[in-house]
Structures are given as C-alpha cells and as structure tokens.
Design a protein around this ligand. Structure first.
Ligand code: UGA
Length: 457
C-alpha cells in the first residue's frame, strides 16, 4: 500500500476538478449520506433504491433515520443550492450514463451464522453489469468478506468488460456521518488501475485538496482495512471492559485507570470508555463476519481473540441485569425499572444490537415492569421489541421506578438533576451503565449509585 498526503495527481488541470456523473446504489444509512455528500462535492448524482417511500422522503429533505446535519444537507442539494445536484430513481437503467457508480447496499449477518450475507452486493453488481454503458467505474463501499471484490471483478470481466471495479471502504460513524464523509480521516482506494485511481481522485478532489490522505491498496487489503479498523475499535472497548471486570474483583476504578493509561500517546484515551459495551449495525456484525471469513481462509487462529472480545462485550450486558436485579432486592417481580436510552449510542435512533434494549428485554423476561425512554429511538425500538413499555418522556419513565438504569449517554440523561429525579422515583437505586453520571451528586441526593468497574463507595 502506498500513501500520499498531498493532492497529486489531483487537481491541477480543469479535468481533475470536473463534476462527475455519480450513481449511488442503495440509499440506506451509508448510501443516503454518500449520495448527498457527492452532490455537495459538486457532482451530478443519481441515487437508486427499490423503496419509493424512502426516495420520496429523501427528495423532501427527510432522512429515513436520525442523523444530525443530514436533513439540512439533503434540503440544500435537492433545492439546487449546492454546486452539484441529485435526483432519485427506482429504475436501475437510470444509472446507465454514469462515470462512476458506488454500491452501498447492506451486508447483514446471515441468520444462525457468523458470516455476512453478500447477496445484495452480488445482485447490485450483476444489475449494473447489465445496464451501465461505460466505460465506467463501479465502486464497492459495502463492508464485505475479503475476496468478494476479486470475485466480482471476475464477473465483470466476463459480463461487462467495459466496466472497471474498485473497492473504497467507508469509515463513517453514525451521528457524524456527514462530516466523516465530506472530510474523512483517509481515503482507501482499492484498485491497481491508474484510470480508476484518477477517476476516484476526481470524485474526491475537494477533500483530497484539503489534505485528506489517500492510500492505494489492492482489493484484499482495501476490504481488510475496514474490518480490521472495526475489529481494533471493538477490541479496545472490550479491553477496557475486561479491565472493568478486574477492577470489580479487585476494588479498583476503571475510569481512573482509563484516564491514566490513556495519557500514553501510544494508547490514547478514545474508545476506552468502560460500560455496557458496543452495539449497533457494524462492530458486532463485522467482528463475527471477520472471524467466519478467517476460518474459511484457514487463518481462524489469528482471530480467535475476537471471540473473547465478543464474549466480554456480552458479559457486560449480563452484569448490568445482575446489578439491577440485586438493586431490586433479588427479584424483578413487581418492580419497575426505568431504562434511560434505547439507541446503541447517543445522537442515533439506531437500535440494532443495542446493549440498552438487550438489557431491558432481559429484565422484562425476568419479570420486571420495564419502561424505556429515548429522545430519538423509541419508534424503532417499539417496532422491533413491542414487549417493552416505551415513552418519550423522561419524567414518565422515572415516575415510580424502583431502579434507574442509564444505558445510552444522551446529554439530557447525563445532565439530569438527581435531586429532581429523587422526587419522581420510588426506590433510590441508580445504575450507570456508561460511567457518565456524577457519582457524588447522585449519592448526595440519596441514591445508591452503582457503575461498572468502579467502587461502590
Ligand atoms: C463504527 C466505527 O466507529 C466506524 O468507523 C465505522 O465506519 C462504522 O462502525 C461502520 O462500520 O459503518 P458506529 O457503529 O457508528 O461506527 O459506532 P461507534 O461510534 O464506533 O460506537 C460503537 C459502539 O461502541 C457504541 O455502542 C458505543 O456506545 C460503544 N462504545 C464506543 C463504547 O462502549 N465505549 C467507547 O469507548 C466507545
């Protein structure tokens, strides 16, 4: 892999900054953000999806999910205020004249298996092979098992030799998706073709000119970069959660420990927040698919540690359920549990594999009356887990509760006044699943404060 931090060979000539005809296939989280950002960067964008209702919403500047800044950006690019423009279609044939088409469809975990399901990716490339006239570049952005791009390149070579393939993984974080796309930490361009590289450099000319580093890789490395990054982040979180387990046994304080080791530049403080662990549509699925793929390649031993990473993560959820039951006096039956947060992290309405929902559901199964609240994720949670009680009112959730669980660190929950909360609840037990509350203030208000990896004082 080679890296360049300068803008070469971009954009010294007019062609290098010219607007491209950009197609985006799949307007889910990744695709909707990517399409809007490509228009913001000055390109003529055609966004394709099979879901007409989703397209209608996007056209009106409404994102089908909560993402700060995206509605404003959609409104801008749809109303012609941006340098580029965007149109939406359910006809794949409308992508025929594109210079470059990004494939952004999902790769969910297969039911009953660890591996990722690449059916949607396969279908998207086959459909494009039949309609895109070319010469054009098809670009995979979906997170796929290593080896997928090489297989797709063979399909294209046979069915559509006028089309080239590149792999260009995305690293956007929910809640920061727009800025992560417009000014990412780096671009990884998986291609050995100078023409494909030049075209991608034209597409990303502005952020490259602004200093975003570009790394050129072969297909396999580009695919691996994405899952390796997510595996590293998951490992970092599970490492600190393992330290929390040891702190619990030894009477230490994991927050102080994280601050102390985080001062070492080689370690860094980011992603060392101990708590209920990681969830969402990416980290859990990606580490499992990575293990499955390594197994297929005969390299399973290399990633056996990720089983432990997954295991530590799951144990933290069970630990909070145990603490909550204990706080209820040994049984959930007849007790009300208030759960603050449903989303897998704040500033998101995504409840996929959310630790908060997983904990709430286990407490419910063990007999608790569980009331879940969240500023953005209640509708999504309700759709998937109808068995829990939901409210968008924090006060209603807290009212009469025997125990309060803080499971998603939305600022409005972190900033709650414990003295006011004390006037609403029935019990005086609070469990801080994210280590974000002011323990002294909650204790001063009369609460028994418990957290993960921290002393009980
Ligand atoms: C993750 C990666 O961070 C992105 O770089 C990547 O592009 C994306 O997956 C993807 O594959 O599409 P995201 O799923 O939005 O992004 O969420 P993160 O911000 O990584 O958080 C993941 C989970 O870890 C959350 O549940 C969060 O609460 C938890 N977390 C994070 C901790 O428990 N402790 C921490 O210190 C940090």
């Amino acid at each position: 892999m080679t890296a360049t931090t300068d803008a070469s060979p971009a954009p010294t000539d007019a062609a290098a900054t010219a607007a491209q005809r950009v197609g985006v296939v799949g307007l889910g989280y990744l695709g909707a953000v990517h399409a809007a950002c490509m228009a913001e960067l000055g390109h003529h964008v055609v966004g394709y999806d099979i879901d007409q209702a989703k397209l209608d919403a996007l056209k009106e500047g409404r994102a089908p999910f909560f993402e700060p800044g995206l509605p404003e950006l959609l409104t801008r690019v749809c109303s012609g205020e941006a340098d580029g423009e965007i149109t939406f279609t359910t006809e794949v044939g409308d992508l025929k004249a594109c210079d470059v088409v990004f494939v952004c469809v999902g790769t969910p975990q297969r039911k009953g298996e660890l591996a990722a399901d690449t059916t949607y990716v396969q279908r998207a490339f086959e459909a494009l092979a039949d309609v895109v006239k070319g010469p054009a570049l098809l670009v995979g952005k979906s997170t796929v098992p290593v080896g997928t791009a090489a297989r797709l390149a063979d399909v294209l070579a046979e069915r559509a030799p006028h089309l080239e393939l590149a792999w260009n993984p995305e690293f956007l974080r929910e809640g920061h998706a727009v800025t992560d796309t417009l000014s990412p930490d780096r671009f990884v361009l998986g291609t050995t073709s100078p023409r494909a590289e030049a075209l991608l450099r034209r597409v990303y000319a502005r952020p490259i000119a602004a200093g975003t580093p570009v790394l050129i890789a072969d297909y396999a490395t580009a695919e691996l970069v994405k899952v390796a990054a997510n595996a590293f982040l998951a490992t970092k979180i599970s490492f600190i959660n393992a330290m929390a387990e040891v702190c619990e046994a030894a009477g230490g304080d994991v927050k102080v420990l994280a601050d102390a080791i985080g001062h070492d530049d080689r370690i860094g403080r980011k992603f060392l927040n101990a708590g209920v662990g990681f969830g969402g549509g990416c980290l859990p699925k990606d580490i499992r698919a990575f293990m499955a793929r390594a197994g297929e390649l005969g390299a399973d031993q290399a990633l056996t540690f990720l089983r432990e990473v997954d295991g530590i993560n799951m144990r933290r959820r069970a630990k909070v359920v145990d603490l909550a039951r204990e706080a209820c006096g040994g049984s959930f039956i007849g007790r009300k549990v208030a759960v603050l947060g449903a989303a897998f992290k704040p500033h998101s309405d995504d409840v996929r594999d959310s630790p908060a929902i997983s904990i709430a559901a286990q407490a419910r199964l063990q007999g608790a009356d569980v009331v879940v609240t969240d500023p953005e994720a209640v509708a999504n949670a309700q759709r998937l887990w109808g068995d829990l009680t939901y409210t968008t009112s924090t006060e209603e959730a807290l009212s009469g509760a025997d125990v309060v669980l803080l499971l998603t660190e939305w600022p409005q929950y972190v900033g709650l006044d414990p003295a006011h909360v004390a006037t609403l609840v029935r019990g005086t037990q609070v469990i801080d699943g994210r280590n974000v509350l002011d323990a002294a203030a909650w204790r001063a208000a009369g609460f028994t404060y418990r957290a993960l990896g921290r002393p009980n004082a």
